[in-house]
Design a protein around this ligand. Structure first.
Ligand SMILES: Nc1nc2c(ncn2[C@@H]2O[C@H](COP(=O)(O)OP(=O)(O)OP(=O)(O)O)[C@@H](O)[C@H]2O)c(=O)[nH]1
Ligand SMILES: [Mg+2]
Length: 315
């Protein structure tokens, strides 16, 4: 008989731990980076700007260091109260953090690569008083790689960075180097979160997010911006989680767009979101969706609070 397999080696004790805020413009790939570092599709991702609306913690271990990554909403010119709360959430994360990742991506104009004028403005005041790393994402789209050098040197001229790391979050390129630049800059101390903690948000938060992600992927123009999703009931039995959620839309005209012919679009949204939820939760999920018009919610302080946006920050 062969000997029983030996247990996996104990990981080294945590000697450093801290919070790392990922901030930058919308659409540069902050949430994609969060997921790639976590190895889990936790944060929602889409090509539509302002996908992320909350600060979300994701805990990663790198050797003897525990890294609490904070994904944040893209900094943008706000159009409403929701936009102001989103910017406040991102700036609040910078204040909490021990290290800041300023995430950006090259802008392409014809054959030329540029840095965004928005980055110049943001870099004037983001993370001035803490170690800030420049993370230049989407380098899979840049060939030859030497074309990155003028961008890196232009960005580095705008302020001092503790390090500059070109990466591709999508192709998972440069991530090990990024972790090894972050880790030594975090404070020496023991673990801040239990070993198996992945995030600070409950499963119901992600279910609502997964529904919104499908809406972002399936609808266009102003519809996604006027949508928010609220989980109304969440009942866990031994066998499954039974969840009811309402999609609030800003306008009557958006309702039929979300429901589709004979309810087909709403069914597609529900099926895809349920599969995402089942994968994350490792549990069978039954998801029932409703659509309701709640005009002006993104401008209304009470509705914003009811819908989970006002987390004690004054816009
Ligand atoms: N080619 C390429 N695309 C990427 C990369 N990282 C992200 N993307 C794409 O860029 C788009 C935006 O990604 P997100 O991760 O949602 O960007 P974000 O910065 O979180 O955006 P907000 O939440 O709106 O602030 C998506 O279509 C991603 O698939 C990358 O490394 N390479
Ligand atoms: Mg995001």
């Amino acid at each position: 008989m062969s000997p029983p397999p030996s247990p996996p080696p104990e990981p080294p004790p945590i000697r450093r731990a801290g919070l790392v805020a990922m901030v930058g413009r919308s659409n540069v790939g902050k949430s994609t980076l969060m997921n790639a570092l976590l190895g889990e599709a936790l944060a929602i991702v889409s090509p539509t700007p302002q996908t992320t609306r909350h600060r979300i913690l994701g805990v990663v271990r790198h050797e003897d260091t525990q890294i609490g990554l904070l994904d944040t909403p893209g900094l943008h010119r706000p159009q409403n109260r929701l936009g102001k709360l989103m910017n406040a959430a991102a700036r609040g994360a910078v204040e909490e953090a021990d290290v800041v990742l300023f995430v950006t991506a090259p802008l392409r104009k014809g054959n030329e690569l540029h840095i965004s004028p928005g980055d110049r403005t943001l870099l004037a005041d983001i993370g001035k008083d803490k170690p800030t790393l420049l993370v230049l994402n989407k380098i899979d789209q840049v060939r030859p790689k030497q074309a990155l050098l003028p961008l890196l040197s232009e960005l580095s001229g705008l302020r001092e960075f503790a390090a500059a790391v070109p990466i591709s979050a999508r192709a998972e390129d440069g991530l090990g180097l990024l972790l090894s630049e972050i880790a030594p800059r975090l404070p020496r101390r023991g673990a801040l979160w239990p070993d198996d903690d992945l995030t600070d948000r409950p499963a119901r938060f992600f279910v609502a997010e997964f529904v919104r992600e499908e809406i972002l992927l399936l609808t266009r123009q102003e519809v996604p911006y006027g949508v928010t999703v609220v989980v109304d009931s969440y009942v866990e039995t031994e066998k499954m989680a039974r969840i009811q959620a309402t999609i609030h839309v800003d306008r009557e005209s958006h309702k039929p767009i979300l429901i589709g012919k004979g309810g087909s679009r709403l069914r597609d949204i529900g099926t895809a979101a349920r599969e995402r939820a089942q994968q994350l939760m490792g549990q069978k999920v039954h998801l029932e969706l409703f659509v309701r018009v709640t005009e002006g919610w993104a401008e209304n302080p009470e509705r914003l609070r009811d819908f989970g946006y006002d987390e004690g920050k004054n816009p």
